[in-house]
Design a protein around this ligand. Structure first.
Ligand code: TXA
Ligand code: MG
Length: 318
C-alpha cells in the first residue's frame, strides 16, 4: 500500500490508531527517533513489520505502551525495574524484562525469547496513538534494516514510504538517538547506550554490567547498523578531497556542524538528520571530527562506530 504523510492532528492520530488495530503499519514520532508501528498482539502484523524493514526475524522488537500500568501487564517488574520506570518513564529508556506468562504480545515481537523489551515514549503523538490503539505497539526505528535511523517524517517517507500505510508527521525528534536499552532479566546490563545516560541510571540502581555472551540476542548491538550509504571516517581532523566534514564545536572546515557550541545534547538531536543530509553522491565519504566520549557522546560514538563498521563490511563484501 502506498503510504501517505499526514500532519499528526487529532484526526490523523485517530486514523493511525484505526489502521494499527486493522493490522496496518503506521510510522510515528517518538522523542528519540521515528518508529515503525505494528499491533504487537498480532503475529501477522509483526511479521509484516519485519518484512517491510527487511529485518532478520531473530532481532527482537521493542513493545511500546502508553504507561507503566500497561507495561505491568506484559512483563515481571522487580524493584529495579519499578524504580527505573517510576523515574524515567515516559522517556528514552527501554527495559528488557522477563515476559509474563499471560502477556498479550505475539511471540514474534521478542523473537521467541523469554524476555520482552518495553518502553513508554515521551512524545504527545506517540502517547495519543498508543492510548487510542489500546494495545502495545511494536516499533523499531522506521528505516530499512541496517540503515540510518529517521528523525523526521521525510526520512521515513524517503526510505519506507511505499511499504507502509501512513506516516504521522510530528516534526523532528527532540532527542535524536534511540533509547538506552537496559537488561534486567538477571544482572543489570547496559545492552545499548542511548538517549538516557548510563550515569543517571546507575545513580538509581547501581552499576550496569556489559552485555553478556548472549550478545546475538540484542542484534542492535551487531556492528552493521546505523549506516549511511557513504563510508564514514571517524576522528577526522581535516576533510580529505571529496569528503564532507561533519564537525563538532569550533571547526572552520565543517560542511555541517553538530553543535558549534560543543553541546552533546544538541549534537545528538542533529546527528541522524545531518548524516542523512550529507549522504549524497557528490561526496566520496563523510568525515566526522572527534566527539567527546562522555554523557550522550558515548551513544553518539557508539552509533558512529557501528555505521563506520557496517560500511567497511559492505565494502569488503563488494
Ligand atoms: O528509541 C528507540 O528505542 C526506538 C523508538 C522507535 O522507540 N526504537 C528502536 O527499536 O530503536 P530497534 O528495534 O531499532 O531497537 C531495539 C533494540 C535492538 O537492539 C534489539 O536487539 C533490542 O532492542 N531488544 C529488543 N528486545 C530485546 C530482548 N528481549 N532482549 C535483548 N534485546 C532486545
Ligand atoms: Mg534501529
Amino acid at each position: 500500500m502506498a503510504g501517505s504523510n499526514m500532519d499528526a492532528t487529532l484526526d490523523a492520530i485517530a486514523h493511525g490508531a484505526a489502521l494499527l488495530r486493522d493490522g496496518d503499519l503506521v510510522a510515528f514520532p517518538t522523542e528519540t527517533v521515528y518508529g515503525l508501528g505494528a499491533d504487537a498482539t498480532s503475529a501477522a502484523s509483526v511479521q509484516s513489520l519485519f518484512a517491510a524493514k527487511g529485518r532478520p526475524t531473530n532481532n527482537p522488537l521493542i513493545a511500546h505502551v502508553a504507561d507503566t500500568d500497561a507495561a505491568l501487564g506484559e512483563a515481571l517488574f522487580d524493584h529495579r525495574a519499578e524504580r527505573l520506570a517510576e523515574k524515567f518513564w515516559p522517556g528514552p529508556l527501554t527495559l528488557v524484562l522477563p515476559r509474563r506468562d499471560d502477556s498479550r504480545l505475539a511471540p514474534e515481537v521478542s523473537a521467541g525469547l523469554l524476555t520482552v523489551a518495553l518502553r513508554v515514549p515521551d512524545h504527545p503523538v506517540a502517547g495519543a496513538l498508543l492510548s487510542q490503539a489500546g494495545r502495545p505497539i511494536a516499533a523499531p526505528s522506521a528505516n530499512p534494516s541496517g540503515q540510518l535511523s529517521p528523525t523526521t517524517a521525510a526520512h521515513v517517507a524517503d526510505s519506507l514510504g511505499d511499504r507502509i500505510a501512513l506516516v504521522l508527521d510530528g516534526g523532528p525528534c527532540p532527542v535524536g538517538l534511540e533509547s538506552t536499552v537496559v537488561g534486567l532479566a538477571g544482572k543489570a546490563r547496559l545492552l545499548r547506550p542511548g538517549g538516557l545516560t548510563r550515569t543517571v541510571i546507575e545513580a538509581e540502581i547501581g552499576p550496569l554490567a556489559a552485555p553478556d555472551d548472549d550478545i546475538l540476542h540484542a542484534p542492535g548491538m551487531m556492528a552493521s547498523h546505523y549506516a549511511p550509504t557513504l563510508p564514514l571516517r571517524l576522528n577526522a581532523e581535516q576533510p580529505r578531497a571529496g569528503e564532507a566534514l561533519l564537525g563538532f564545536g569550533s571547526c572552520d572546515d565543517a560542511t555541517l556542524n553538530l553543535s558549534t557550541t560543543g553541546n552533546l545534547v544538541e549534537a545528538a538531536a542533529n546527528l541522524y538528520a545531518m548524516l542523512h543530509a550529507l549522504d549524497r553522491a557528490e561526496f566520496s565519504a563523510i568525515a566526522v571530527t572527534k566527539i567527546p566520549n562522555r554523557g550522550v557522546g558515548i551513544a553518539i560514538n557508539d552509533r558512529l562506530r557501528r555505521g563506520a563498521a557496517a560500511v567497511t563490511v559492505q565494502a569488503k563484501r563488494a
